[in-house]
Design a protein around this ligand. Structure first.
Ligand code: FAD
Length: 468
C-alpha cells in the first residue's frame, strides 16, 4: 500500500483493496521528487501527517515503511524484496503525480506486479463530469448543478485487520528526512496551529457540524473561525471529501439554518472538485494563463513591491494582516486570500504566479489545483474568472468583513501598546534577514492607494484590450 495524499485508514479505497487481498499488507510512504519539490510549509505539514499515520498504524500492529528516492525504482525493488504481487495507491491528479504514476506503472508491470490506482482524492474523478455536449466544464455553476445530486458512493470502513508480513523491511527514520528544515524557526510557530492526522481531522469535522447553522452568515467574517478549517486535512487526505460530503448531507436533511450551512459547505467542497476538474484539462494551470489573451499583460515579475507584500509591509493593513496570518498559522481566511491576491495582481499589478508561488511556500493547506485556479480566478486570467475590472477595494472589504478591526489588530503588532500573541509571533517566525521588529513604525501610506491602484490597473487593462 503506497500512501501519498490519502494519509488515513478509513474510507481509503486503496487500503481496503490491499487489505482484502488476503495477504500481508506493507504500508509505504516515499520521500520522492514530488514531495521534495514542494514548498516549505506543505512539506513540513506532510511530515506531521506521516508521523500521525505511522502512529495510527503502529497502534494497529502495522508499520509505515519510509523510503527515499524515485518511486519507479523503490516500489518495484521493495515489492520484489517482499514477494508482493500487487501495489495499491490512491489516484492523484497533479501533472507531476500523473507522470510519476505512469513511470511506476511501467516499472511494476514490467516485473509482473500489478499496480492499481483507486479514486477518492476528490468527490468524483475529475474527468467524470461532462457537459451535455461531452466536453469539460469551464464555469462553476453548471458544474455544481451537475454534481449537487450525484452520490459520491458509500463510505468504506477502516479495514478490520492489516496483516503484517513475516519480517518488516527496513525503513528510514522520518526525522532524518528533515521535512521541516526549510521552515527554520517558523516551524515552531506554525506547528501549534496544525491539526494533523486522521483523528484530528475527524474531531474538526464533528466540531464544524455543530456550527453549521452559523456558516452561511459568518464564513466571510475575517476575525471569526466560522469555516471548517478542513482544507488542511483534505489536502493530505486525513479525511476524505466523501466523508465531509456525507456528513453535510445528513445535516442538509435537517433543514433550517444548519441545512443551509450544509448546502453552502457542500458547494465549497465542489469548488475543490472543480479546481481539479479544470487542472485535469489544463495541467499547466499553475504556470500558464488559462486565457492566452493575458499572456502579454504588463504584469510586474516581483521586485520590492512584491517583497513588501510577502512581508506584510504594504501599508494596506488588511492585506498585511492576511499575509501575517499565513506566516504564523500556515493558513489564511478565504476572503483574506481574495483581498490579498487582488491587491497583488491588480493594485500592485504583479504577476499572479509570484503570489501563487509564495502561497505554495507558506500554506499548510496548499493544494496544487485550488491554489492555481483561485489565483487565476482573482487575477482574471482563469476559466471562470472574476472579470479584471471587478477590483476588490481592500478598504471597503475591511470595513465590511472586519468592521471592528479585530482581524487587523490580531495580526499587526506595530503601533499597538499591547499587541496580541499572534501578532508578536510573526516576528518569531520570519527570517532575521527581513530586519523587522514589532516596535517599527507601521507604514503611514500604502504602497499604492485604493483608488490610484484601481485606476492604474484599469488603464493597463484598457490599453491592452485596445492593442488586441
Ligand atoms: P470551508 O469554508 O470550510 O470550505 C470547505 C472546503 O471546501 C475547504 O476545506 C476546501 O477544501 C473547499 N473550498 C472552499 N473554498 C474553496 C475555493 N475557493 N476553491 C477550492 N476549494 C475550496 N484552498 C486550498 O485548499 N488550498 C490552496 O492552496 C488554496 N489556495 C487559494 C489561493 C487563493 C488566492 C484563494 C482566493 C483561495 C485559495 N484556496 C485554497 C481556497 C480557499 O481559500 C480555502 O480552501 C479555504 O480558505 C479553506 O478554509 P476552510 O477549510 O475553512 O473552508
Amino acid at each position: 500500500m503506497w500512501f501519498r495524499r490519502d494519509l488515513r485508514l478509513a474510507d481509503n479505497a486503496a487500503l481496503t483493496a490491499a487489505a482484502s487481498s488476503g495477504g500481508p499488507v506493507v504500508p509505504v510512504f516515499l520521500c520522492d521528487a514530488v514531495l521534495e519539490g514542494e514548498g516549505a510549509a506543505p512539506r513540513f505539514r506532510r511530515g506531521l501527517s506521516v508521523e500521525a499515520l505511522s502512529q495510527a498504524l503502529e497502534q494497529r500492529g502495522s508499520r509505515l515503511i519510509l523510503r527515499r528516492g524515485k518511486a519507479e525504482e523503490i516500489l518495484p525493488a521493495l515489492a520484489e524484496e517482499l514477494g508482493a504481487k500487487a501495489v495499491h495507491a490512491g489516484r492523484l491528479h497533479g501533472p507531476r503525480d500523473r507522470a510519476n504514476d505512469a513511470a511506476v506503472s511501467d516499472a511494476l508491470t514490467a516485473r509482473g506486479i500489478a499496480f492499481t490506482l483507486h479514486d477518492g482524492h476528490t468527490l468524483h474523478p475529475p474527468e467524470a463530469a461532462r457537459t451535455t455536449t461531452g466536453g469539460s466544464y469551464k464555469v462553476f455553476t453548471p458544474f455544481w448543478k451537475a454534481l449537487r445530486q450525484r452520490d459520491p458512493g458509500a463510505l468504506l470502513p477502516e479495514p478490520a485487520r492489516l496483516p503484517a508480513p513475516e519480517a518488516w523491511p527496513a525503513s528510514d527514520d522520518l526525522q532524518d528526512w528533515a521535512l521541516g528544515a526549510a521552515m527554520r524557526q517558523g516551524a515552531a510557530v506554525v506547528q501549534p496551529h496544525c491539526h494533523a492526522g486522521e483523528a484530528a481531522a475527524q474531531d474538526r469535522l464533528e466540531a464544524f457540524l455543530g456550527r453549521l447553522d452559523d456558516y452561511t452568515e459568518a464564513r466571510d467574517r475575517l476575525a471569526d473561525r466560522a469555516t471548517s478549517g478542513l482544507s488542511e486535512n483534505l489536502t493530505y487526505g486525513e479525511v476524505s471529501p466523501r466523508a465531509c460530503w456525507h456528513a453535510a448531507s445528513r445535516a442538509l436533511h435537517e433543514g433550517g439554518a444548519s441545512g443551509r450551512g450544509a448546502e453552502a459547505f457542500r458547494r465549497e467542497l465542489v469548488w475543490r472538485d472543480f479546481a481539479w476538474h479544470l487542472m485535469a484539462h489544463a495541467p499547466d494551470m499553475a504556470t500558464t494563463n488559462w486565457r492566452s489573451e493575458w499572456d502579454g499583460f504588463p504584469w510586474a515579475d516581483g521586485g520590492p513591491q512584491a517583497e513588501a507584500w510577502r512581508r506584510g509591509r504594504t501599508g494596506m493593513d488588511v492585506v498585511d494582516a492576511a499575509q501575517r496570518e499565513m506566516f504564523v498559522t500556515g493558513t489564511m481566511h478565504n476572503r483574506a486570500r481574495m483581498i490579498s491576491a487582488s491587491y497583488l495582481t491588480k493594485h500592485l499589478m504583479t504577476d499572479w504566479r509570484v503570489g501563487r508561488a509564495w502561497f505554495e511556500d507558506c500554506l499548510i493547506d496548499w493544494d496544487e489545483a485550488s491554489n492555481a485556479v483561485n489565483w487565476q480566478w482573482v487575477a482574471g486570467s482563469g476559466a471562470d474568472a472574476s472579470p479584471f475590472f471587478r477590483i476588490f477595494n481592500p478598504e471597503t472589504q475591511a470595513s465590511k468583513f472586519d468592521p471592528e478591526g479585530r482581524y487587523r489588530r490580531a495580526w499587526i503588532a506595530e503601533g499597538q501598546e499591547n499587541p496580541p500573541k499572534g501578532a508578536l509571533a510573526y516576528f518569531d517566525a520570519i527570517p532575521r534577514s527581513w530586519g523587522m521588529s514589532a516596535t517599527d513604525a507601521y507604514p503611514q501610506v500604502p504602497l499604492i492607494g485604493t483608488r490610484e491602484g484601481r485606476e492604474r490597473a484599469l488603464d493597463a487593462y484598457r490599453s491592452r484590450r485596445e492593442e488586441q
